[in-house]
Design a binder for this molecule. Structure first.
Ligand SMILES: [Zn+2]
Length: 270
């Protein structure tokens, strides 16, 4: 919280201009060539997220166009640190996959306003939520998730249960439980388990954006937010059961089927 206050104070010194809309206060400097257009675009984005979450903002989000105290690309309490330039086109945000850091950081900022102080969701859900609203198409997000799972399978030897279950020499069932009693093909257990719960890496974005989007579509925003705000490290599987009302394996199977469908695979790789 101290860091956030310091940043709020710093905004006034670092950025000479401010412009307000209904839901945002934008702080910027001369690098921003289209301030009104930028503000209108992100005002619409935040208004849309109010509809998606079913929750109104408690206060205007302070949207800073650039870095503060050497920090950038982040959201902290009421503050979102976004892009330092006006994009040529907001639809793509000048990115080949339509990823907008402003849409991403503002998505964090929206949930920050509603989360209880003891909320501790896994990085997969935090970055997944923000990235799912950053702009890429559902197909692109599904491709990222599928590619990430493929890489994980290749690097760990995990794989679909059918491949694991049969011993190739005796052709007898071997069971599909790997080390620690976990299912060997449960990538979501690995990404939300204690070891990677607070970890940040590419998979958190690549799988997380498809995952957050799937949970919201399949179980509804209310249950998604209940899970997001209440889940705790070391018990994500139990929390999925409690807050989504589904067992983890069923949820994960449905998720990957959704990914394969959206990625446009002819044969689902399950
Ligand atoms: Zn983020």
């Amino acid at each position: 919280m101290a860091a956030a206050s310091l940043m709020e104070a710093q905004v006034q010194y670092a950025y000479p201009y401010r412009m307000e809309s209904e839901r945002l206060v934008m702080f910027y400097d001369d690098r921003i060539t289209e301030p009104r257009r930028d503000l209108d675009a992100m005002e619409k984005h935040v208004a849309r997220m109010e509809v998606i979450t079913g929750k109104s903002l408690r206060a205007k989000i302070h949207w800073v166009r650039g870095e503060l105290l050497g920090q950038g690309h982040m959201a902290l309490y009421g503050l979102a640190l976004g892009s330092p330039k006006s994009p040529a086109d907001w639809e793509t945000a000048d990115h080949p996959d339509k990823v907008s850091m402003d849409r991403h950081e503002l998505a964090h900022a929206v949930l920050h306003q509603h989360q209880p102080p003891d909320a501790d969701p896994p990085t997969l859900l935090i970055e997944g939520w923000a990235e799912s609203l950053a702009g890429p198409t559902p197909q692109k997000r599904a491709e990222w998730a599928r590619d990430s799972r493929k890489f994980w399978r290749e690097s760990t030897g995990a794989g679909p249960a059918d491949r694991q279950r049969r011993d190739p020499f005796t052709n007898t069932a071997r069971g599909d439980v790997g080390e620690g009693g976990r299912r060997r093909d449960s990538y979501l257990r690995e990404l939300t388990g204690a070891a990677r719960y607070h970890h940040i890496d590419g998979a958190m974005y690549g799988v997380g954006s498809a995952f957050a989007d799937f949970l919201v579509r399949k179980y509804g925003i209310e249950r998604f937010l209940r899970l997001y705000f209440a889940c705790k490290p070391g018990r994500f599987e139990a929390d999925v059961q409690e807050y989504l009302g589904v067992d983890f394996d069923t949820m994960e199977r449905d998720f990957w089927q959704d990914v394969d469908r959206l990625a446009g695979d002819k044969v689902a790789d399950q």
